[in-house]
Design a protein around this ligand. Sequence first.
Ligand code: BTN
Length: 268
Amino acid sequence: GYRLLSQPDKLSPADILPYLRTRVLGQNIHCFDEVDSTQNVAQRLIRDGAPEGTLVLAERQTAGRGRLGRHWHSPKGKGIYMSLVVKPEIPLHLTPHLTLLAAVALNRAIRKVVPEVHPAIKWPNDLLINGKKISGILLESSAENEQLQYIVTGVGISCNLEQSDYPEELNPKATSLMIESGKRIDRARLIAEFLGQLEELYALYYAQGFSPIRTLWEASAATLGQTVRSSDANGNFEGTAVGLNEWGGLILRMADGTERTIYSADTR
Ligand code: BTN
């Protein structure tokens, strides 16, 4: 008779649950073949009452988005395109802490599941391998009276893309875990590991504040010691990145010896 030569490689909750060691994050998983953006789906689910920890996954996105209005290239079945609903009880102005926390969690998860690679964090929360981007994080939040209502943590990870899966303009600056490690990536394991790391770091943050997270972030940052270009209403400026301040801003040392902190910038 006939049999399938290969199983379609599509993620389902049943692939992830065996690896999951969290109490909240990822306890409620929705998998889709195709969506515009998992961020939009998560926000719709929140309006319908989705609890904290709800996870949205898609095999493909037609309108994946990144920071600063950029597009996120989301070819079918090759990446992790996920959005996670978190409802932290912190004031809105502390949101940058959670961005940095997510980057540390993802970096730890990747190092565990794909020990062949050594990503570094580019401020605030891109992960690079050999200077090329493999992952990006996008936090979208809603607040009322300075109090956060929810955060949708969007994560895109280039897992099993080959060089030919990238449009020409991305080729010099993007890569995938498979290209860099030489092995196929188990997406389900990586998702579960990320959620585990994230939940642990949230617990650490609630117990001890930002300081231990800052230490972890600085230890895995590619940005420190590098020249960072940024801009404000008065124009462009640049300085050497020397560390994070207590609010998660990046401290730059300027040529004249003064320091200046940036909170969000296109530091490409
Ligand atoms: C960036 O690097 O600027 C952030 C990229 C974030 C991409 C992910 S993919 C899953 C989720 N859905 C989106 O539309 N964007 C995020």
